[in-house]
Write a new protein. Structure first.
Length: 213
């Protein structure tokens, strides 16, 4: 009887050892998702964005000139320049984007603004983050029918330069689609190529969507 008990104990111990060894060789699968930064923002990934915003004039001089407020819609196409790298809170990657925009004057002289911008963006990426902040700067050209006389020298020519700096947030809906919101400073002037170059300085915000592909 005692021998049977010993034999049974040895069999049970052997079975437990076998299960333990098997678990060590074949770990239990987990449901952990790979960091989104490595999945969606890898080098060569492209992005399309469509954002619409309104921008409001503020005078940087002591002269009394008309306020010029406008609204524009922007279409953007970008490409990730590098794979995300890890640097703590500064982890992220660079993105190059081209932008076409157009819209109308909602307050002040003139009717239309349209142009193109080249943007350099830095995406701040954290593993599994559902909100992705970014900063970007850009420059390009803009056409407007705001006249020099009506604007009292804010605009000196139909074709001007546009500079902008932006802070934005992507709210990731999934690995591809996002809601985008931005706060932007825009400057429009002729870079001293015309006789008048006071320029238009504006602050505003935009809302839209993005798609990674």
């Amino acid at each position: 009887m005692e021998r049977k008990k010993i034999t049974a104990c040895l069999l049970i111990a052997s079975a437990i050892s076998a299960v333990t060894l098997r678990a060590g060789v074949e770990p239990v699968a987990t449901t952990e998702v790979a960091p989104e930064s490595s999945m969606s923002f890898a080098r060569g990934t492209r992005e399309f964005q469509n954002v619409t915003g309104a921008f409001f004039f503020f005078d940087t001089t002591i002269n009394d000139r008309p306020a010029i407020d406008y609204a524009v819609d922007s279409l953007r196409l970008g490409i990730m320049l590098n794979d995300p790298f890890r640097a703590g809170l500064l982890s992220g990657n660079f993105e190059l984007m081209g932008e076409l925009f157009g819209g109308g004057i909602i307050n002040g002289p003139g009717d239309v603004l349209a142009g193109a911008t080249l943007l350099l963006r830095y995406n701040f990426l954290q593993p599994q983050a559902c909100v992705v902040p970014y900063l970007q700067i850009g420059g390009g050209g803009v056409y407007t029918n705001i006249s020099e006389t009506e604007s009292r020298g804010l605009i000196g020519a139909p074709v001007e330069f546009n500079l902008q700096s932006t802070g934005g947030l992507r709210f990731m809906l999934n690995s591809r689609w996002s809601i985008v919101t931005e706060a932007t400073y825009r400057h429009i002037s002729n870079a001293e190529l015309g006789s008048r170059n006071f320029g238009i300085d504006s602050l505003g915000g935009s809302l839209g969507f993005g798609c990674l592909f």
